[in-house]
Each structure stands twice: as C-alpha cells, then as structure tokens.
Design a protein around this ligand. Sequence first.
Ligand code: NAG
Ligand code: NAG
Ligand code: NAG
Ligand code: NAG
Ligand code: NAG
Length: 299
Amino acid sequence: MVFHQIIVRFVFSTLLVWSSSSVRATNSTQCDQHCGAGSIGPHVPYPFGFSEGCGIRLNCTEITGDIRIGEYLIQNVTSDTLMVNFPVNCSRLIEDLQQLDGSNYGVTWRNGLLLQNCKVPRSECPLPSELLSARLNIQSCDSKKESISCYSEAGGDYLDYRNIGCGIVTSSFLIDMKNSSPMLLEFQTIELAWGLEGDCACHEDANCTNIFLPGNRNGFRCLCKHGFIGDGFRDGDRCRKEHSKAKHFHPRVWIAVIVPVAITVLVLCSCGAYYRLRNSRKAHPWIDGQLEQIPRITY
Ligand SMILES: *[C@@H]1O[C@H](CO)[C@@H](O)[C@H](O)[C@H]1NC(C)=O
Ligand SMILES: *[C@@H]1O[C@H](CO)[C@@H](O)[C@H](O)[C@H]1NC(C)=O
Ligand SMILES: *[C@@H]1O[C@H](CO)[C@@H](O)[C@H](O)[C@H]1NC(C)=O
Ligand SMILES: *[C@@H]1O[C@H](CO)[C@@H](O)[C@H](O)[C@H]1NC(C)=O
Ligand SMILES: *[C@@H]1O[C@H](CO)[C@@H](O)[C@H](O)[C@H]1NC(C)=O
C-alpha cells in the first residue's frame, strides 16, 4: 500500500470512530426534543422528548405543537416540575388521574382536589371548599346539590388519591404551604414532580438532587450551577458557561456540518496528493515500485 493511501485510510477510520463515539456520548442526540416537523415548534429540555432515547417521553401533536401527558395538555416544564392543564370537568372519573402518574413523574402533595360522588364528604383542604368551588364556578355540576368535597395533604412527596372514596374529580388547585398561611397559586392546574431513576448522572458543573420517584424508588434531577446553562444531565446537553462567546453546537450539528466539510477537504487533499505523485512518477519512473527491487545490502 502506498504511503498516502495508508494516511487517508487512517484519517478516515479515525474520523468514523470519532463521529460515532460523539453520537454515542450523549443520549440527547437520540432523543427528539422538538414537537413539530424539523426543528420548529416547541422544544423541551432533556430528559424530556418525543422519541425513544429520551429519559421521559411525552406525546406531541405535530400540527398544533401541543405537548401532552395522556389526554392532558402540558403548560410548562421547569427544572423540577411539570405543570399540566386540568380544566373543570363534572364527569371526570378519579381513575383518570392515573394518566398523570408515570414511572418518572407523579402528582405532588401540593395539589388539592375538588371531588364529587364521595362515600363520606371530605374536607381536608386548608381553605373552605365552598370558596374554592365558587371561585371555579362549579356549582353547575351539582344537580343533586351534593356538597363539594375537597382533599389535600399536609406534606410528603406524592398525593395519595387512590383511597379517598370519591368517584369524580372535578378540578384541582395548587397550594403553597411554605408560609404559615396557605397561599393559592393556581386553579385548574396540576403540578407533577419528575426525575430520572438511579444515582446522580449529572454533569460535573451541575448540582444533583436526590428525590423519590413514585413507588419509593430512588431518583435524581440535575441543575447547572450558577453561571452555567444547560439541562445538567450527563446524557443530555450538560452544562456550559453562560457567557462563553463560543457558540455551543449540538453534536448533531457537528456531525451534519463539520464531518462533510472535513471529508471534502480530505478528498481534495488526497486527489491533489495523488496527481502530484502521478506527475512525479512520470518524471521519475523509478519511484513506481522499483524502490523495492533495489537489492538490500547485507553484512
Ligand atoms: C442512555 O444510553 C445508555 C446506553 O446507550 C443507556 O444505558 C441509558 O439507559 C440511556 N439513558 C436514558 C435516560 O435513556
Ligand atoms: C402517548 O400516546 C400513546 C398512544 O396514544 C399512549 O399509549 C402513551 O401512554 C402516551 N404517553 C404519554 C406520556 O402520555
Ligand atoms: C414556565 O416556568 C418558568 C419558570 O418557573 C416561568 O418563568 C415561565 O413564565 C413559565 N411559562 C409559562 C408559559 O407559564
Ligand atoms: C370529562 O371527563 C370524561 C371522563 O374522563 C371525558 O370522557 C370527557 O371527554 C371530559 N370532558 C371534557 C370536556 O374534557
Ligand atoms: C449548588 O450547590 C452549591 C453547594 O451546595 C450551592 O451553593 C449552590 O447554590 C447550588 N447551585 C444551584 C444552582 O442550585
């Protein structure tokens, strides 16, 4: 094999190994985080996404850009919660809530539920249920004039709604119990907590929070330290300096742009080298193979 062929083969194989290893290095390259054709439409941070390879899979309606869990529309994704739209519905069965309990997310204890069809009326909420139902204007549901029940918990991780003995959940609200007096934050919204299973797999510039996932399983979430941006996950986009001038390229961009450019440059170079070699062979025919025939001097 001629020397320049060896060089070209070596560079090509290095390039191949390098490009495939940079694909393998992070799962976010295999996780489609855009809801919509191409890269338009809303974008969710890793580990969320719409394909296999995502840590937490959500559903996307491409035409409208709607992102859903089950039938429920997601309003917002934050570093520790998912906010889900939960409109008033007078015939929603309590089992419907199970759509919001996955292996990587669940309904937090900060949610209060307005209920009907209860065996025994419930009134655990820190605010009178009359006030809440008036605010939500849900007396209209109540054809039998059954009083509206309200259920909430004082702490914990996830809301345990399975055994409260009510058939219908009309709506929900979010309470903040941090201060001594409870504060209503949001109506017709359900807050979910999320995380990935296992031990911290965060980037070195991220803080890791250990959490419990539904079913008391160990989980974690990552958050980039101050001065850094990114999702913080080692399998995601990790963290990078907030003010760094260098543009951050997604690995897919590297592969889509840099690799073809590198290959083109290589092909041009090796063609140039080939023609130079061919011309020099014409000028000096002894280069062509005759070098090997020069007898070796042995001692
Ligand atoms: C990331 O990929 C590795 C192997 O490629 C896999 O073991 C791991 O479960 C993936 N993580 C997620 C969150 O999908
Ligand atoms: C997404 O939709 C599919 C099919 O309708 C369903 O089986 C799946 O549970 C949904 N996933 C989520 C996270 O809502
Ligand atoms: C989503 O949450 C972030 C962080 O809490 C907040 O700044 C943003 O305004 C929210 N967006 C919507 C549409 O609610
Ligand atoms: C209310 O809930 C029921 C039962 O889950 C569902 O079939 C229906 O579509 C919901 N109505 C609205 C207006 O969302
Ligand atoms: C990360 O952890 C350090 C040390 O515990 C803390 O000082 C810092 O505020 C945390 N940063 C974020 C963004 O949570």
